[in-house]
Ligand binder design. Sequence first.
Ligand code: SAM
Length: 350
Amino acid sequence: MSRFIQELRNCGYNLASCAERLEVFPRLGVNFWQKMRISWTPRKEDPIDNLITLFIDGQKVSADIIAKQISPFFVDAALEMRLVERKGDLLQSSFCLFPCYGKYLVTDHAEKNTAINQVMWLWGESYLLGGFVKRISRRRAIDLGTGSGVHAILASDHCARVVGADVSPRAIAFSNFNAALNEKSNIDFVMSDLFDSIEGTCDLLVSNVPYAPDTAAKASDNFWSGGIDGTELLRRVVEALPTRLDPDGTAHINSLFPNPPGTKIKDHFDAWLGGNLTEWDVLDHTWPVPQYQDLLSDQPFHGDMSAWRFGVVSMRRSRNGQGWWKEVAGSSLFFRKDGSCSVIADHDAA
Ligand SMILES: C[S@@+](CC[C@H](N)C(=O)[O-])C[C@H]1O[C@@H](n2cnc3c(N)ncnc32)[C@H](O)[C@@H]1O
């Protein structure tokens, strides 16, 4: 596995090269976004284009070309790991393989398929949340709704121990594979309904649990449903903060915040924290999404979305008992042209 990863690195399959080709980096899940697909024409002579075609767009690529452009070893290893199948002279993959801040993550193919409980491919939000976390030394991180394991694997570089939790056995299998692929040995992936099967606390919490209001699927049935009003899992995560986050810890919560008309994220957090929101310093990196389009639910929400927001809310306990809530203006310009994230949620710098 390490040579396979090394060859991906050596050939330049990274965020910068993908951003250069796909323009708006967070839309790397290109085949799900038809508009994006139209604007991009892969060149056969370009190894990165071929890897994007194979591993992001799900299209066939010549095995000989990949062997020549990367190496015969790379093709053999991909076949042996079953990341690709051979179809005559061509290779095809049923999975995605994303570069992500120096790591590589395998996910399910980036197109809705209800025959399996799909492991979510990396959307913009995965890169956003991964980019926002301040990468300082930590004792223990917990990643709720780990999916591919992306946030647990990113945390493993700077945290002594990491726990990644998911209710989906398929997600746990992918996470374990991805941890091995990235040579990580300090992560425990556990089947857990949020914190339910995890003991103890953490000083870094990363959460991207399902958030879409969905009347067709119950919360946790898939990677997108947050129950009828979308907040079922989000509420439980916030309610658990006082007992699960260490006094010096930070929590980063990515979500859609489907606020009913006239309400704000703050109102819900205060209620979920028992009226004690003033004990917390909060960086609110969310932006309004009144045009939010749910592409996944069989019965998406069609009511008033005027107060809905999307993004990351980062929280730590107030240092002086006088907490604050800072709305940090966001317009989705979080990524630089080279695919790196330009924002770190840093309470000390706020
Ligand atoms: C939106 S995906 C996030 C995947 C990944 N963390 C990312 O950011 O790319 C949500 C994940 O939460 C998992 N999930 C759903 N309900 C859960 C629950 N009650 N406890 C833990 N994980 C849950 C889903 O199986 C899915 O893998």
